[in-house]
Design a binder for this molecule. Structure first.
Ligand code: 1YM
Length: 658
């Protein structure tokens, strides 16, 4: 930055608290070295010279306006995108002071833009907050701009100064009169530094500025696209949220497309020594949790003391309330953080002097005292909130307990699965399975048969090359009463899981399916319908792909055998029975099959197993919408709609496979 030698302000040369010196040349070199360092290693100061770094320049300038707003002197910030990669930021604050800086002996505004301040966001450990060190980023932006112009209105005059690559190119001049106050900074990022791109993305800026508007309630930030070659011509967003982080939580909820569980956003706040903390939270019907934390309006993507204090303390409070108000019984386990956080949407925002950022990305807050503050706020105020709002508290506890139940059931099923399958080698097959000889999964079939006696006949009557038989228990537990999580944890289903080989839920892998057709073979009576219901519910919830890909079938054993002499027909309905009787000339013999268990192996083969003569129904998913509805009904607390659904859909079978 050799051109800096032209700079005429001899005292601007003093930097980093060097004493004022007459040694103009030498000390001015040190100034130059200040901004030269920024140009040499821009990444150290703005994180990167890519798209992120480019956008960061805008945030640095806007930050100064926000500080002015937080100090109470400014209520509007305008950010304009201009042609040629130029950005203009205007605020209506007091204007950066133009008076001569007592130590540097030049206008303070020139100091702000040409002297690299210590204690900067990226240089040191601290960070400016209101009342602290202002404008630390301005000189960095200046250093990395091809040119930068500042205009200050002080209620009387309009001042102007221009810089190029960080160097002053002319003195601060009065260029007009005004009765207004404020600061305007216009700059063009240096394309030799930002070699990837110098194009500003409207959405990226909008997202960050919106975040700032949420975090600083009541400040109005306007973003305008005035570029002639832009894809979003004349686009303008006016961002002002009186509700602050409460509005932020509402916004996040809306974006998640989930419904709210709580009627209102819960807002907690408090102050400590040199710090403030505020928290807004709400539960949605979703399963994810979205917890955003900020320190001095910087997004702490890796969390830190404030965020972990919030989570721990929230879990403690919800458990304490749950016990005190008997949502949790004495011998119930505590609800886990993950259970409580399910569906949670929260924003934690702390402001503190001397913020310590940890981790590579400096996105993690390290100050321990702020953790204590957050912890105390949640412990006192959240508990108080729950006590004062029993209806909201019930919603939160019910949701957490439901999540806890589901999580425990899932864990149990996973453990079962793990125990049953040999590690590394082939899974040990269930004792009751009579497997087929072939292991060609495109040709084989497994019949899941109700009851041991029918199982025995099926084993004898089957084609042992391709047909495997798995008998299930005799008596079913009452599905109507069983919760779906019981279906999941149900020991009786374990042999099915192991025999199919696919695993379940997130471990499901269709490529491991050991049979082409999975046939549910149960009687047409109440017990049979229970078994069909249980299995279908189970497949639907934990192996839906099996249904989607058409692997699940319902065997259709006939109800009657109509015979005369050597001729016989099997009828599946009363109508069919009538037709066959007539066909055989009236006085035919009618045998009613009471159940699969009553058929001999030959009859079973002929009516139900033989691919040439049997009738089977393929189970299909009607469509995704129905599946979605099903999910909620099956998961629902309401027994009646669930029972009705299951009843109606146990005959969920449309394709005929003969
Ligand atoms: C578009 C960018 O920088 N606004 C801005 C900056 C300052 C002030 C007002 C300001 C601060 C103070 C007193 C103070 C800054 N001043 C300084 C410094 N907008 C923009 N608006 N008067 C005015 O902090 O006491 C640094 S930033 F150091 F000169 F006071």
């Amino acid at each position: 930055m050799a051109t800096n030698r032209k700079v005429r302000h001899k005292n601007m040369s003093e930097m980093n608290n060097l004493p004022v010196t007459e040694a103009y040349d030498e000390s001015s070199i040190q100034v130059l070295e200040g901004l030269e360092a920024v140009r040499k290693r821009p990444g150290m100061y703005i994180g990167s010279t890519g798209e992120r770094g480019l956008h960061h320049l805008v945030y640095e300038i806007v930050d100064n306006s926000i500080d002015e707003a937080l100090a109470g002197y400014c209520d509007k910030i305008l950010v304009e995108l201009l042609d040629d990669g130029v950005v203009r930021v205007t605020d209506n604050g007091r204007g950066i002071p133009v008076g001569i800086h007592p130590q540097k002996n030049m206008p303070t505004v020139s100091v702000v833009f040409t002297i690299l301040h210590a204690g900067g966001k990226f240089g040191g450990s601290g960070y400016k907050v209101s009342g602290g060190l202002h404008g630390v980023g301005a000189s960095v932006v200046n250093a990395l701009s091809l040119w930068l112009e500042v205009e200050v209105k002080d209620g009387k005059h309009i001042y102007h100064q221009r810089y190029e690559k960080g160097n002053i190119v002319d003195d601060l001049k009065v260029i007009g009169d005004t009765d207004k106050t404020g600061t305007t900074v216009t700059f063009k990022p240096d394309p030799t530094i930002f070699t990837d791109t110098t194009h500003y993305d409207y959405e990226t800026l909008l997202t960050r500025l919106r975040e700032q508007a949420f975090l600083n309630a009541g400040i109005r930030i306007v973003l305008k696209d005035e570029r002639s070659d832009t894809e979003t011509p004349d686009r303008e967003d006016d961002l002002c949220f009186e509700g602050g982080i409460r509005s932020y939580v509402e916004y996040l909820l809306e974006k998640s497309k989930k419904d709210r569980l709580n009627n209102e956003v819960i807002y907690l706040s408090g102050e400590g020594k040199d710090s403030t903390a505020e928290i807004a939270l709400l539960w949605s019907t979703g399963y994810d949790s979205k917890i955003l934390s900020f320190a001095n309006t910087i997004h702490t993507a890796d969390g830190g003391t404030h965020e972990s204090a919030f989570k721990t303390s929230l879990a403690r409070v919800v458990n304490k309330y749950g016990r005190a108000f008997k949502f949790l019984k004495d011998n119930d386990n505590n609800l886990k953080g993950d259970d409580i956080n399910e569906g949670l949407v929260a924003v934690v925002s702390v402001k503190l002097t001397d913020a310590q950022f940890e981790s590579q990305t400096k996105a993690k807050l390290g100050n321990t005292a702020i953790g204590t503050l957050v912890n105390n706020i949640v412990a006192d105020k959240m508990y108080q909130y729950l006590e004062d709002h029993p209806a909201e508290a019930k919603i939160i506890l019910d949701k957490s307990i439901a999540s806890s139940n589901a999580r425990e059931a899932a864990q149990k099923a996973r453990d079962l699965q793990r125990n049953k399958s040999g590690i590394g080698g082939k899974s040990r097959m269930p004792e009751k399975l009579t497997d087929c000889i072939s292991n060609d999964p495109t040709k084989t079939e497994i019949f899941i048969v109700e009851g041991d006696s029918a199982g025995g006949s099926a084993v004898e009557g089957r084609n042992s090359t391709y047909q495997a038989i798995l008998p299930l228990w005799g008596k079913m537990l009452n599905v109507e009463k069983a919760r779906v999580d019981k279906v999941y944890g149900n020991d009786k289903l374990t042999p099915v899981i192991v025999a199919l080989g696919t695993g379940i839920a997130e471990n499901f892998d269709i490529n491991k399916l050991r049979y082409d057709k999975v046939v549910i073979m149960a009687d047409a009576d109440v017990d049979g319908s229970h078994i069909r219901t249980l299995l279908l519910t189970f497949f639907f919830r934990y192996m839906p792909e099996l249904i989607e890909t058409g692997h699940i079938y319902l065997a259709q054993p006939p109800l009657y055998r109509i015979s005369k002499g050597k001729q016989h027909f099997d009828a599946f309905t009363d109508e069919e029975k009538a037709v066959y009787i007539e066909k055989l000339g009236g006085n035919a013999d009618v045998q009613r099959y009471k159940g699969l268990g009553e058929m001999n192996p030959e009859q079973l083969w002929e009516t139900t197993l033989d691919p040439e003569t049997r009738t089977m129904l393929r189970v299909t998913m009607a469509d995704a919408a129905l599946a979605d509805e099903t999910f909620s009904i099956l998961m629902g607390e309401e027994v009646e709609p669930r029972r009705k659904f299951i009843e109606e859909n146990a005959i969920y079978a449309t394709d005929l496979d003969i």
